[in-house]
Structure formats: structure tokens, C-alpha cells
Design a protein around this ligand. Structure first.
Ligand code: COA
Length: 229
């Protein structure tokens, strides 16, 4: 393998990045939908070999942690250390001390990579696919009421895991098909109790849906050097 550089993704990389990622998973990929936002916000990195984009990763920056997402390596360039290089570089340029990411429970390559770098499981959530509904519509239709409830240690919002202390909106409760639900105002909504049939939601409930593992690494406890891009 010749030299692989890691540099920022530019707006003009749109077509190449979307082409490289369009078949990442059986269902395709979502990078096309977020590309413009990722170029503008956070740190969007690409691995380049001989002028060809062979991998990407995006870092979202929050007040007290950074969130790694969208790690992809071109299928013809896998198992050559590019995924590790991109993740390590993202770790080095991240200022926050806590780094978190999410991996589908059956994604063995990605899990092996993250655990080998020192990431450890802190939570497991389930995504129940279905129709996405406006939160306000759900509140109105089910006549949900604001309640006071102690949250468990974390929740998902916009596909990012947050510690419970981050949640500042009201918690809502009501009855759905004869059973109590307790919901957070997130997108898609996060249920801390109950289920929502065919609607899209995230929860700690295993009853259906796909499991995702939340991983965390405390940078200050690992020997990660700090570099600038
Ligand atoms: C996951 C992915 C990014 C890994 O990229 P990669 O460049 O092939 O990974 P690397 O070569 O840097 O591998 C680093 C380590 O990850 C693990 N790993 C990578 N691929 C693996 C596989 N197919 N099976 C088992 N372990 C694997 C190994 O521990 C490997 O270290 P080793 O080669 O010294 O044994 C790549 O497979 C990919 O793009 N997959 C599709 C998209 C995806 O799943 N992204 C992650 C979403 S969370």
C-alpha cells in the first residue's frame, strides 16, 4: 500500500464520497443525506491514496464529548489498516476527553476495530424501524401528559447517545394500545417505557428491532497523542 493521507473532506468530494459509500450496507447508506451538513459542521475526514478517496469518518463535537460516525472504507481497500488510521487520526485531533460511537451489534469488523483501540461498551439501545412522526403530533394524538421520571443513564437523539444529564425537555407519558408509554422528545422519539407498534422509535427494550452498542473511550486514560490537522 502506498502512502495514505488523512485530510478534511471538501464540498467537491461529494460525488466521490457518495459513490464510495452508496453500497456500504445491504440497505445502502445515509452519507448522501448528511454530506453537506458534515462538511459544514464538526470534522469530516477522508483517507486518500494516490488521489483516490478510500475512506471517511465524521466527528461531531459536543460540549463534553465527541461523537464518531460514518466510518467507511472503500470495499477494495479494507483490511489494510485504513479504518484504524482514520479512527486514530480522529482520536488525535479530538479535543474532548470522552469519545463515543455506536455500532450495530452484528458489525463484527467495526466492533473488533473499536475494542482493539480501547473503546468499551457503556450501553445498548434498540432501534425499531417504522414510520417517523412529528413528536408534537404524537403528543397531541395520544394526549400525552408531562411527567417527572428519573431517566436511566443515557438516551439517543438524532442517532447520537447522550448521558441523561443532557436531557432538558419534558418527559411525556400516556397510554398506547392499553399500555403505558413514557417518551422523551427526541428524533426519532426515545421510549423509556413501553412500545409504539409500527412507529419508528429507539429504546432500551429488546422486544423487536435492531440492537446497537454504544462505545466510549476516555482519551485521557489512553496514550493518544494530540495533533492538529
Ligand atoms: C469497519 C471498517 C470501517 C473497517 O475498515 P478497515 O480499513 O477494513 O479496517 P482495518 O484494516 O483498519 O482493521 C483494523 C482492525 O479491525 C478489525 N477488523 C477489520 N475488518 C475485520 C473483519 N472483516 N473481521 C474481523 N475483524 C476485522 C481487526 O481487528 C483489524 O485489525 P487487524 O487487521 O490487525 O486484525 C470497514 O470494514 C467498512 O467500511 N465496513 C462497512 C461500513 C461499516 O460497517 N462502518 C462502520 C459503521 S459503525
Amino acid at each position: 500500500m502506498s502512502v495514505v493521507k488523512v485530510v478534511r473532506v471538501l464540498r467537491k468530494d461529494n460525488v466521490d464520497v457518495c459513490k464510495m459509500t452508496e453500497k456500504s450496507f445491504r440497505w445502502g447508506d445515509y452519507i448522501n443525506d448528511v454530506f453537506d451538513d458534515w462538511v459544514k459542521n464538526g470534522v469530516f475526514l477522508k483517507a486518500v491514496e494516490n488521489d483516490k478517496i478510500v475512506g471517511i469518518i465524521h466527528v461531531k463535537v459536543f460540549k463534553d464529548f465527541v461523537w464518531f460516525e460514518g466510518l467507511r472504507v472503500h470495499k477494495d481497500y479494507r483490511r489494510k489498516g485504513i479504518g484504524r488510521l482514520l479512527t486514530t487520526k480522529a482520536m488525535e485531533i479530538s479535543d474532548g476527553k470522552t469519545i463515543r460511537l455506536l455500532i450495530h451489534e452484528h458489525n463484527k469488523p467495526s466492533m473488533a476495530l473499536s475494542t482493539s483501540l480501547g473503546f468499551r461498551q457503556i450501553d445498548k439501545i434498540y432501534y425499531h424501524s417504522g414510520r417517523e412522526r412529528e413528536f408534537s403530533k404524537v403528543v397531541e394524538t395520544l394526549k400525552l401528559k408531562k411527567v417527572k421520571v428519573d431517566l436511566q443513564k443515557g438516551y439517543m437523539d438524532g442517532w447520537t447517545w447522550h448521558p441523561k444529564e443532557h436531557y432538558k425537555n419534558p418527559v411525556y407519558s400516556g397510554i398506547f394500545r392499553g399500555k403505558r408509554i413514557v417518551a422523551l422528545e427526541t428524533k426519532p422519539l426515545f421510549l423509556i417505557e413501553g412500545s409504539m407498534g409500527s412507529m419508528a422509535y429507539v429504546s432500551h427494550n429488546k422486544d423487536a428491532g435492531s440492537g446497537f452498542i454504544v462505545f466510549e473511550l476516555d482519551k485521557s486514560k489512553h496514550n493518544v497523542q494530540n495533533t492538529k490537522l
